[in-house]
Design a protein around this ligand. Structure first.
Ligand code: IYR
Length: 230
């Protein structure tokens, strides 16, 4: 049999004038600069449908060989959230009382975190991103995936941005090791827990660490051709 041809179609591409591009860049930057990791949520429920669209948006991320190696599990059931909180806190107690070394604990001190994770129960939804280390074909055979860390990392970046854009607060939480999530959520062996994202509205009195972001000049380097300077 002939190998399957992927087929091509014309690109849909929107072209903007330079001043429009600049305005769009600044508008997005101003919005995204307000995004913060939130650890104090209100229990207020989420508007219907917003999470689904944000997950659809995450699913537009590029991925190795277009394998789309991700599953986003949405948890809103209170009993399941409580079970996740209990299991996460058990891991975090071990992390904070020995698994993380003194330098790590010192680096975390400004964030004020500890092993208590009430947000896992309070936030109206938890999204757990699972990375497909491989996939299962139609005849049950193992199919390779490629660049899965990069792919799901990009998809989670899209997701965080989309949720922020819609007016929701998020946290990137990794109560590692995260194997308990596979078990509690009944995911198959090929899916590895990657990131746990509590989603909701911030508590009315929510506080965040007073952090600065690196300026452009310390994160962007303009490359020069190799060789001696003229
Ligand atoms: N997972 C732990 C510890 C932690 C680690 C890092 I690196 C952080 O940036 C924040 C927390 C916790 O959630 O408390």
């Amino acid at each position: 049999m002939e190998p399957e041809q992927p087929g091509f179609r014309p690109l849909e591409f929107e072209r903007y004038a330079p001043d429009v591009m600049q305005r769009r860049a600044q508008h997005l930057l101003t919005d995204v600069q307000r995004r913060r990791s939130v650890r104090e949520f209100s229990a207020e429920p989420l508007p219907q449908g917003v999470l689904d669209d944000c997950i659809r948006l995450a699913g537009t991320a590029p991925s190795g060989a277009h394998k789309q190696p991700w599953t986003f599990v949405v948890v809103s059931d209170p009993a399941l959230k409580r079970a996740i909180r209990e299991a996460a806190e058990e891991e975090e107690r071990a992390n904070y009382s020995g698994r993380m070394n003194p330098a790590w604990l010192k680096d975390l001190a400004p964030l004020g975190t500890d092993a208590h994770k009430p947000f896992l129960e309070v936030a109206p939804a938890l999204i757990v991103a699972f990375r497909h280390a491989w996939q299962v074909g139609p005849n049950g055979q193992r199919e390779q995936c490629y660049y899965t860390q990069e792919s799901i990392g990009i998809a989670c970046g899209f997701l965080l941005l989309a949720l922020h854009h819609c007016g929701l607060a998020t946290l990137t939480h990794t109560p590692s090791p995260m194997a308990f999530l596979s078990k509690l959520l009944g995911r198959p062996e090929n899916e590895k827990p990657f990131l746990l994202i509590p989603v909701g509205f911030p508590a009315g009195d929510c506080q965040v660490p007073n952090l600065e972001r690196k300026p452009l000049d310390s994160i962007r380097f303009l490359a020069n051709p190799p060789g001696p300077k003229p």
